[in-house]
Design a protein around this ligand. Structure first.
Ligand SMILES: NC(=O)c1ccc[n+]([C@@H]2O[C@H](COP(=O)([O-])OP(=O)(O)OC[C@H]3O[C@@H](n4cnc5c(N)ncnc54)[C@H](OP(=O)(O)O)[C@@H]3O)[C@@H](O)[C@H]2O)c1
Length: 336
């Protein structure tokens, strides 16, 4: 039998576990060209919240259908194959759904064999060596162009992408300031992950003022997972020739109304600063290069993995909701 998590209701501003439903169905029979995967991990990704909204479909994903399994990235082992490209025992990652078994159709063009070049736990390929880790890499290495003494400001610093971005910025010689929701997370980032300082965006002092106090010469690089007011606060403090990597916009995924952009974009003009989006999915030809460097840093001990791992598919809804209420630390995964 195949346990699945369905999208039961369209989540509103505050998402709850009731928006999801566990269902047990038969494991489907394979057609020619298809592969059956027994999943060992589900990747829980904040970005998928966006495609739960009505009419949210775009060139990356269609809007998720009500009553259908929640879309997400899985990692599993082939247990049956009617596709000559894959054999029993192959480990694959693919965009599929929150379920224990996935059928990969012949048309699915998001199937990646688990790399074998680096000896490590499979779960790392969903986190530090996965899309979130590589998003941090593209932002911080390629777009950050950091030099010794630069100031790097990292949003959602205790999340999967942010915690890697902060550590890469440190490796590249920057003073690293994280933004997070609690003093407990801040202490962990400073004591265990090498951040220099952290700002609590829930403090009574406006974040823009906290940034200005901490970064008197401005922010040379901002890694943005959040968008909204936080992006505006970073732009207010951007340094001359500063760089902003737009990785995500978690503050707006739950919003049912179109969001206004930052009101202070003219700051980018006068400070000759740049702001650019990134989409890791389109850089798959560079995955080996990026994973190679990330793994090397891990071996050297300058990059640490951080994971919130929950066991059992029934925990996927609560784990996902927790990413929007500050409950996770590092990469959130479900072990099946
Ligand atoms: N462009 C790409 O190719 C790509 C690929 C992967 C991920 N992403 C993006 O990267 C971002 C991080 O995703 P992830 O899956 O790694 O999640 P994550 O960072 O592990 O979890 C989300 C974090 O965001 C913070 N957060 C939640 N709501 C917030 C709000 N309203 N304001 C400020 N902070 C908030 C929470 O930390 P606190 O406790 O600090 O609030 C939480 O830990 C997302 O925006 C995602 O869409 C982009």
């Amino acid at each position: 039998m195949n346990k699945q998590i369905l999208l039961n209701k369209r989540p509103q501003k505050i998402m709850t576990s009731d928006d999801f439903k566990l269902e047990i169905v038969d494991i489907p029979k394979l057609k020619d060209g298809e592969v059956l995967l027994k999943n060992s991990y589900l990747s829980i990704d904040a970005g998928f919240r966006f495609w739960m909204n009505e009419g949210s479909g775009n060139n990356i994903l269609p809007a998720m259908a009500l009553g259908q399994p929640v879309q997400g990235i899985v990692l599993g082992t082939v247990i049956e194959s009617k596709n000559p490209s894959y054999k029993q025992g192959d480990k694959l990652m693919t965009r599929s759904a929150w379920q224990e078994y996935s059928v990969i159709t012949a048309e699915n063009d998001t199937v990646y064999p688990l790399p074998t070049a680096w000896e490590c736990d499979d779960s790392l390929y969903l986190g530090v060596l996965g899309e979130t880790g590589m998003s941090a890499y593209i932002g911080t290495v390629d777009m950050g162009q950091l030099k010794q003494g630069d100031t790097a400001l990292i949003s959602a610093a205790a999340g999967a992408a942010g915690i890697v971005a902060g550590q890469i910025a440190k490796i590249n010689g920057a003073k690293v300031i994280g933004i997070t929701s609690s003093d407990q997370k801040s202490q962990k980032l400073i004591n265990e992950f090498g951040f220099d300082r952290c700002l609590n965006y829930k403090s009574s002092t406006p974040l823009s003022e906290l940034i200005a106090d901490e970064c008197p010469n401005g922010v040379d690089y901002y890694f943005d997972s959040v968008g909204g007011q936080m992006l505006e606060d970073a732009i207010a403090n951007i340094a001359q020739n500063g760089r902003i990597a737009l990785c995500g916009a978690i503050a707006s995924y739950s919003s049912l109304e179109p969001q206004l952009g930052p009101k202070n974009l003219f700051n980018l003009v006068v400070r000759q600063a740049s702001m650019k989006g990134l989409m890791t999915h389109y850089e798959s030809d560079r995955y080996d290069e990026m994973r190679g460097q990330l793994f090397k840093w891990m071996q050297q001990g300058t990059l640490k993995n951080a994971e919130s791992c929950f066991e059992g598919i029934e925990h996927a809804p609560a784990a996902f909701c927790g990413m929007f209420t500050g409950n996770n630390f590092g990469k959130t995964i479900i072990k099946l």
